[in-house]
Design a binder for this molecule. Structure first.
Ligand code: NDP
Length: 343
């Protein structure tokens, strides 16, 4: 944090500031803090990431009976705290990488760090219905891989017309008796091959030109109200599970113009987990639109923390008061690539 005179005292500078508190952020914190790096996690106001809106997690290794999403995240946080990671439940609103140490702002509050790990995740897009939100984790889901297992022998619906929706519908046929694919148009955005697989699958019924107007059920999903977008007519579809697969949005708004990202907004990494800015690393769903699992995000968080630690070690040999010249990164890269004596 900046001193009263605006200068940054060395004791105020964290070695690593982690932005985000999902599996990637907390795992990075466990590794960084355990490596004796002074670590701050800017958790965001809604701590814990996407698992906070999940009920049972049965595919996180080590919990043979399964564990509730929020409980798992409490454990992640407690483990990071145990090694001395500091936590602040505030949103990061700006990142300034123009000089070292880097500065992360939460409104007017400034935090300074020698390395940054971005683990802000991605948010599933939702239709925006009140009952869709109320029944999240109780039949409404944004992830078939995570929750499909709970719908063995049941009827489910998937909303969306892209590759994710096709993939989720196909995945759900392993468990569900019938999968209804609901799309607001009659042409699909998904790749031809995925469409073909869906069309040919005997367990999948395609409903084109429908919008989901409501999700029914008190304590679990009992059905959907579908609206024909052309005639306006409504009908009820009895299902016990509803998967919303209308895309994800990476949480990278505050990094626009600061860190390199792809057309959709996912951060790009150049060397291992490092972004285009040396000293700024990225982990989890903010870079990964393929796997999106808690365990892969946690693995990414571990990688980013190790990369940050090695990069900081390399930085120890250069002047920390200035931003590293890309040429100097070569030296750090040698260490990243694992000279045994440096590990
Ligand atoms: P997309 O943006 O491709 O598709 C989103 C779908 O959701 C579209 O059909 C869209 O309808 C629909 N949709 C969006 N908003 C709403 C809404 N408010 N109400 C109803 N429907 C809505 O997202 P995906 O997640 O499917 O894919 C993202 C990227 O990842 C793509 O490039 C895809 O190819 C890729 N991907 C690849 C896979 C693979 O290769 N195996 C697997 C999964 C994803 P509309 O078409 O009318 O706009």
């Amino acid at each position: 944090m900046a001193g009263e005179n605006g200068a940054t005292a060395a004791r105020d500078v964290y070695d690593v500031i982690i932005i985000g508190s999902g599996p990637a952020g907390y795992t990075a914190a466990v590794y960084a803090a355990r490596a004796n790096l002074r670590t701050l996690v800017l958790q965001g106001e809604e701590t814990g990431g996407q698992l906070m809106i999940t009920s049972d997690v049965e595919n996180y290794p080590g919990f043979e009976e399964g564990i509730l999403g929020p409980e798992l995240m409490e454990k992640f946080e407690a483990q990071a705290r145990r090694f001395g990671a500091e936590m602040v439940a505030r949103n990061a609103t700006r990142l300034d990488v123009s000089s070292q140490p880097f500065r992360v702002y939460s409104d007017n509050k400034e935090y300074t760090g020698r390395a940054i790990i971005v683990a802000t995740g991605a948010s599933a897009k939702w239709l925006g219905l009140e009952n869709e939100k109320r029944l999240q984790g109780r039949g409404v889901s944004g992830c078939a891989t995570c929750d499909g297992f709970f719908f063995r022998g049941k009827d489910v619906a998937v909303a969306g017309g892209g590759d994710t929706a096709m993939e989720e519908a196909l995945f759900l046929t392993k468990y569900a008796t019938r999968v209804h694919l609901l799309h607001r148009r009659d042409t699909f955005r998904a790749s031809k091959i995925m469409q073909q697989r869906v069309r040919q699958h005997e367990k999948i019924t395609i409903h084109p030109n429908v919008a989901v107007a409501d999700v029914l059920g008190e304590n679990g999903v009992e059905g959907l109200v579908l609206k024909d977008v052309r005639s306006g007519a409504t009908e009820r579809l009895p299902v016990q599970g509803f998967f919303v697969a209308i895309g994800h949005q990476p949480n990278t708004g505050i990094f626009k113009g600061v860190l390199e990202m792809d057309a959709v907004g996912y951060l790009k990494t150049t060397e291992y987990t490092m972004t285009n800015v040396p000293g700024v690393f990225a982990a989890g769903d903010v870079v990964d639109h393929r796997y999106r699992q808690a365990v892969t995000a946690a693995g990414d968080g571990c990688r980013a923390a190790i990369d940050a630690e090695r990069w900081l070690e390399a930085q120890g040999e250069v002047d920390l008061t200035k931003t590293m010249d890309p040429g100097e990164w070569g030296e750090a890269r040698t260490i990243l690539e694992g000279g045994a004596e440096n590990v």
